[in-house]
Design a protein. Sequence first.
Length: 555
Amino acid sequence: MLDYAAELVKQNDSFVAKVDQMEQSVDKAMNHWKGDAAAAASEKAMAHKLHGNHLATTIVGIADQYNIYGVSLGDTRTALIRILDVEMKDSGMTVDDDGNVTAPRVPTGTGQPNSASGPLTQQMLDGQASGFQTRIKSLLTQFGDGETTAAKAITTDLQELADYEKKPDGKPVRSDVQSILDGKSQLPTDPKKLHDFWEGLTPAEKDAIYEKDQYVGNRDGLPSVDRDHYNREKLDDELTRAQNGDPAVKDKLGDLQAIQKTLADNPEAMLMLMDTQTGKMTHAAVAVGNPDTAANVSVHAPGLNTNVKDSLGGMVTEAKAVKDLAENRLRRLDPKDPNYGQKAGQKEVPVVWIGSDLPQGNMWPPTKWDSHTVDGLSVIDDKMAKDGAPKLASFYDGVRASHDDGSVHLTAVGHSYGSLMTGLAVQESGHQPVDDLLVYGSPGLDLPYKHSWWPVAGDQDVSKLHVPDGHRYEMTGGDDTVAKLPGFGDNPRVLPGFTHLETAAHTTLDDVNRDGASGHPDYPRFGSDGKTLRTSGWNIATIVAGLPTEAVKKP
């Protein structure tokens, strides 16, 4: 069994190498081959790659079964042989195929020098034989049970290969999945229901659904590892097509390359969203770590002039700095701190979410950029924020639905126009509330006034945010002109129940002198040394870590 497993792994490695060679050959051909046929060939090659990857994974699983049970059965066999060839050697005892042990017979009768000892010797030998027999039969039973378990495990995996052989399209699926593939039914739209459904699928069924909907990785509720896997597959596909002039994606090449570089520069990153089709702009979301396993997750929605090509890499770098600082504070909690027992050593995963179109260009006069950006005048209109808010709210729900134990501490973070979108997202009815809300550089949250007939500053209905007093935070820099505009209701700094955090230069609890954030873009950025987060960055880190007592409050 162990030799067979080794040979199987060797052959499988050769198969995987050939699949990779096929993919490289197709990619090379795409450098010179254009048009619909080229796109179809690229898609077909991707399908073959998916099937190849699934087959290779299944074969590795079979080899693992042979290794696991081969070792287990080998250990039982070794124990049996030791009894037979070492302990029973030269004893004169015999063993039949069923494990029955017979002791040699001691001669009796006249002529024996001590005939009385004969029965005693025989009794001793019979007792030894009985002991050997009990151990041998137990090991034989153990071996037989091991064979049965091994056969069941190996047969299950082999059946998956057999299903591939029976179906030329390589998609052995259940009837409910086939109904989705045939267009007769749809995947659940509720993130929790989708997660529960998806968890019951086989790898082959997931692959089949991906081939039907190559943007399935964008669906909220899927496990983050699957979102990342399928979105990377789609990224590779669209990069190849964009590089070869496919009209559907050729003008998104810069965005796709930015996503690719961001992932390459951040090995721990996960691609939670990748969409070039549903908006004028490319949409993407990148998590710095696995949100499904982290105790603390924050979703960061940016604002004016943010786009994937120019902003994603820098935002992820800043988010990683927030993550590192947050986890440093969680590691350094004083054992006397009330939070120590619950939060010490926890992980924090930030998600940079550019999941909707955002205003681009100068606020005034409006400017028109290239075809995948939008008019700068849109920054004084909440239409884009209202379009993006349901997507952001659904993303929050997806984070909760896919979390390993459901106990995630979730913080919604919004900057600039992104704070407006975040404010609208947490107002969405029918969604699970976030635990904490942090906005900075905010032109307003589009909250209704309690007395619409006579609006008064601070009279907006904060209960619509579904985040309780003491869990709402805001930062407003001294020279932030955007935050001071009468845009979409009151700036949160005048709303009740918001904790106002410092933005000026400050020496924080870790004895680091941090620069202040004065202008509108400064809050999440590094200070003058290019590597140390500002006071505002410290405050972001403490809030997303669930350590608000360490944040610097405004006096």
